[in-house]
Design a protein around this ligand. Structure first.
Ligand code: NAD
Length: 440
């Protein structure tokens, strides 16, 4: 049965969630306080890069199931469900999740309610937050009976967000109130009919599942990166080692891809928040602490690999960079390894020209003296080294020989193992360095 849903926050999660709910038949209003985003969306343009999203937004707007608004209060009247999908960044001083956007939204929603609605938190929030959302909303609502809450954490990956939403491995719902439970069942009925497993838990459990999942995945990456360094030291091949262990079903292949260190809008802040939850509970969290420390050290060490590949000096050299976003197929720059690597290269005396297919709008402000170019051929012109920082799929289609032919010195440092040593050699690179491989 169709539900009337409002989604607060039209970032990556809110916009994909709202649009996908409309796609499965619900009537959705997406709200943001950012007038630029709402203006773009109302005219059918999508403010983020997410494959397939623009078409889906357009289709559902035309069908009358999806609309956008700046007016939170008006958009919360007479709704079955109101999703909170606002940001929960790290507090830079404490490492805790900054919940000011969530708390602010909870109060605004509470004030706007004129009947019962379930308030559902989609944002990643520490244990205890959903109960706080209920308290804050009830304190200002016309009647405390108008408010019930549910936790419905999101597991989508940027770049594959639509398929992750439509065909998730599971949907997790933390709920106690029977009225809220009924609405949650109605919202997800179309996915459950398509045989998506739905896990209904207590509220604290749902909150914990999200942090434990992200902390586990980040730890898996830190682990394989450490194994990669060991492979390099002892003459083993990380690609084969990763496949060799990943084919074991108890381990699994995903998240065994070696790289320059994990970043993005979730893992760094969620691992820190998880650590703080453990600290507050008086429970040691040694494993996640080690995964964070190993990752910080890894990001910091990547510039040294470029330095070594260039014979120990970058003074006056030109570095060409492919990719600045935190991973391929997204325009998200948050906590990207490029933010740690590129300024270090400049501090070592290099000039850096970088190309990213998404051309993220905030990249120049974040990367300071890096020159962002609109064409990869401009980046490599007269360069002394080419560094692959992000694993954009499109880079695989580039003619490496053409890139190499434009360079002054034919050195390739591949921090994603996107190209094989044989491909690099065939393209004319005299020196190729990758992660966890014995290369020349
Ligand atoms: P984002 O920062 O891209 O978007 C948040 C949006 O909320 C912004 O547009 C902001 O203007 C808006 N907003 C904040 N307060 C508001 C208010 N009171 N009224 C209206 N709009 C308001 O964030 P995101 O990347 O979409 O992440 C949202 C949450 O989802 C975070 O908790 C994040 O950890 C979690 N999450 C993110 C991902 C991901 O891949 N990005 C995946 C899973 C979970």
């Amino acid at each position: 049965m169709r539900c009337k849903i409002t989604v607060i926050g039209t970032g990556y999660v809110g916009l994909v969630t709202g649009t996908c709910f409309a796609e499965i038949g619900h009537e959705v209003i997406c709200v943001d306080k950012d007038a630029r985003k709402i203006g773009m969306l109302e005219s059918g343009r999508v403010p983020i890069y997410e494959p397939g999203l623009e078409d889906m937004v357009e289709r559902n707007m035309k069908a009358g199931r999806l609309s956008f608004s700046l007016d939170l209060a008006e958009s919360c009247r007479d709704r079955d469900a109101i999703y909170i999908a606002v940001g929960t960044p790290s507090d830079p001083e404490t490492g805790r999740a900054d919940l000011s956007q969530v708390h602010g939204a909870a109060e605004e929603i509470g004030r706007a309610l004129s009947q019962f609605s379930v308030i559902i938190t989609k944002s990643t929030v520490p244990v205890g937050t959903n109960r706080m959302v209920a308290e804050l909303a009830r304190a200002v609502a016309a009647s405390p009976d108008f408010v019930a809450v549910a936790s419905n954490p999101e597991f989508m990956r940027e770049g594959a967000a639509i398929s992750d939403f439509m065909e998730p491995d599971r949907v997790v719902i933390g709920v106690e109130d029977p009225r809220a439970s009924t609405i949650m069942q109605r919202i997800y009925a179309p996915l459950v009919e398509a045989e998506v497993p739905m896990l209904v838990t207590g509220i604290e459990t749902a909150e914990m599942i999200k942090y434990a999942a992200n902390s586990f995945l980040a730890t898996k990456l830190s682990f394989i990166n450490e194994v990669s360094d060991l492979c390099e030291a002892v003459g083993a091949n990380i690609e084969e080692v990763a496949r060799g262990i990943g084919l074991d079903k108890r381990i699994g292949l995903p998240f065994l891809k070696v790289g320059p260190g994990w970043g993005g809008s979730c893992f760094p802040k969620d691992t820190l928040a998880f650590q703080m939850t453990a600290q507050d509970a008086g429970v040691p969290a040694r494993i996640i602490g080690a995964a964070i420390a190993a990752n910080d050290a890894r990001k910091a060490s990547m510039a040294d690999r470029v330095l070594a590949a260039c014979g120990g000096s970058l003074e006056g050299k030109k570095v060409a960079v492919l990719g600045v976003t935190f991973k391929g197929q997204t325009d998200d720059m948050r906590e990207s390894p490029s933010l740690s690597i590129l300024p270090r290269l400049i501090a070592m005396g290099a000039s850096v020209d970088a190309y990213d297919p998404a051309q993220p709008r905030d990249a120049q402000a974040l990367l300071g003296d890096v020159r962002l170019v609109a064409d990869p051929l401009d980046a490599v012109a007269d360069a002394d080294v080419l560094v692959v920082v992000t694993e954009w799929k499109v880079f695989r289609s580039y003619d490496l020989a053409t890139l190499a032919s434009r360079m002054r010195t034919k050195t390739l440092v591949d921090l994603r193992n996107l190209f094989s040593p044989a491909e690099a050699e065939q393209a004319g690179f005299a020196s190729y360095s990758a992660l966890g491989l014995s290369t020349k």
